[in-house]
Design a binder for this molecule. Structure first.
Ligand code: T4K
Length: 424
């Protein structure tokens, strides 16, 4: 454990971790079961196009969520596009900006205009009052995001969607296995979308799913995800290829088998982070409603730089120098990314404030309790010496040492910039 700031790798100490820690590194799957399923697919000579493993995966997801229909897709971004295409959206779509770029990009890619709306600081999700105010003369849908698995104001958003007779979708990429109002997420709005990307609580390498109780919509997305085959009179303009392969479904099923263990592990990780980081000035760990179920996929902390004496970005840089890849999810917020930041200026004060302060700490099945203790040791050390660390970094920045050994750090700084983490 590190005791003083000279032990920090940033100031010449040894890195705390030899092996890099990540947010959402996928855990070991039951290889025997996975390879059995793959082998079965090879023997069956059916590798994609809604094969039996994909159907089984869909049935298990639909069952778990309690909806009539699940369509498995190649990823969640394309699933969102399918939904927007199947409901023939035109014009503007109301979305949050505190999300992964995919939420807005899905709409933008279809020629729709994302209208960014501010969040409720208590949940990090769309603020219904602001949604009401943001409704334009040409709204075509609302897309809420259950950020970090915490549910949107599902009932209020549904009321607004009903008043305007527009569809309400939820990007539930973070929320598989979570509940809202005691009911599984996946059963709200017109339809919801899960992500089964490698970094998610259930993964199919890449993958996603649309879940809905709307029979007509389910039939349309199913046809559209397979080039539009099967739609005759009702085809809103061709289809695409958004199918999940049997190899992905084999992984998805095997990952689903381990879901409860992964969530239990994530919950222990979350509780330990919370305990270890309690009462640190200027640092708050995300909280979850004890009345709801959560998957604890993301452990997010918010840093108030005025109180902690150091900025979130500096803390991320400091952790990365220890081989701890904390992520600034989601910074910059989407309205400040291209192509949106070239458009009309939008001001979203709650979003901008939160996006500038949060970071996700390493989680997932590969992160042990001992890892958490050591990460927290660094965070505690950093926060308790925030002003001094900030001062020393400013001094480092003003002295430009340029010798061969500094090359590697220069390279990682470039990567950090691409990831939205600025220089010290
Ligand atoms: N909506 C929301 C709200 C989302 O968060 C996302 C995706 C989507 C929609 C779209 O879902 P998909 O179309 O992807 O199904 C990662 C994921 O790629 C992305 O799926 C996820 N959200 C987002 C929050 O995180 P990046 O750009 O941060 O990925 P990357 O490559 O930097 O990896 C993140 C961390 O995970 C790194 O520390 C490395 C580690 N990692 C990654 C992979 C792929 C591993 O340890 N193993 C791996 O296999 O986006």
């Amino acid at each position: 454990m590190k005791r003083n700031i000279d032990d920090l790798a940033l100031f010449g100490g040894r890195e705390a971790f030899l092996q890099t820690l990540h947010v959402g590194r996928p855990g070991a799957v039951d290889r025997a079961r996975f390879f059995d399923r793959l082998s079965w697919a090879l023997d069956n000579q059916w590798l994609t196009n809604q094969g039996p493993l994909t159907r089984e995966f869909e049935d298990r997801i639909a069952d778990r969520v309690g909806v009539r229909h699940c369509l498995a897709t190649c990823n969640a971004t394309v699933a969102l596009q399918l939904l927007m295409r199947a409901t023939e959206l035109t014009g503007e779509v109301i979305v949050p900006s505190m999300t992964f770029a995919a939420t807005a990009h899905a709409a933008q890619w279809l020629g729709l205009r994302p209208v960014f709306c501010d969040l409720d600081p208590r949940t990090g999700c769309l603020d219904p009052e602001r949604v009401r105010a943001a409704i334009t003369p040409r709204p075509s849908a609302i897309v809420g995001v259950h950020l970090f698995g915490r549910p949107c104001a599902v009932e209020e958003l549904q009321r607004i969607a009903d008043e305007h007779t527009i569809p309400l979708f939820f990007d539930a990429a973070h929320a598989f296995g979570c509940t809202a109002k005691g009911r599984p997420i996946g059963g709200f709005g017109t339809a919801e979308v899960f992500s089964f990307h490698a970094t998610k609580v259930v993964n199919s390498f890449e993958g996603g799913a649309i879940v809905t109780d709307d029979d007509g919509l389910a039939a349309r997305v199913r046809a559209l995800h397979n080039f539009g085959f099967g739609l005759v009179a009702d085809n809103p303009g061709g289809g695409t290829n958004a199918k999940m392969s049997e190899a992905s479904a084999a992984m998805g099923l095997t990952s689903l088998d381990a879901f409860e263990q992964v969530v239990a592990h994530n919950q222990r990780t979350y509780e330990l982070y919370r305990a270890e980081l309690a009462r640190l000035p200027g640092l708050q760990t995300i909280t979850f409603d004890p009345e709801e179920r959560h998957n604890y996929q993301y452990v997010v902390v918010e840093i108030d730089p005025a109180v902690a004496g150091l900025h979130r970005d500096l803390l991320i840089t400091l952790l990365r120098s220890e081989n701890v890849v904390a992520q600034p999810y989601f910074s910059p917020p989407v309205h400040q990314q291209q192509p949106y930041r070239s458009g009309p200026r939008v001001s979203l004060p709650h979003t901008e404030r939160l996006a500038g302060r949060v970071m996700a700490l390493p989680t997932g099945p590969t992160v042990s309790q001992e890892d958490v203790r050591r990460v927290c040791n660094i965070v505690r050390l950093a926060v308790s010496h925030g002003p001094e660390i900030t001062r020393r970094c400013q001094q480092l920045r003003s002295t430009p040492p340029r010798h061969p050994e500094s090359r590697q750090r220069d390279d990682s700084t470039e990567t950090d910039k691409a990831n939205g983490t600025p220089d010290l």
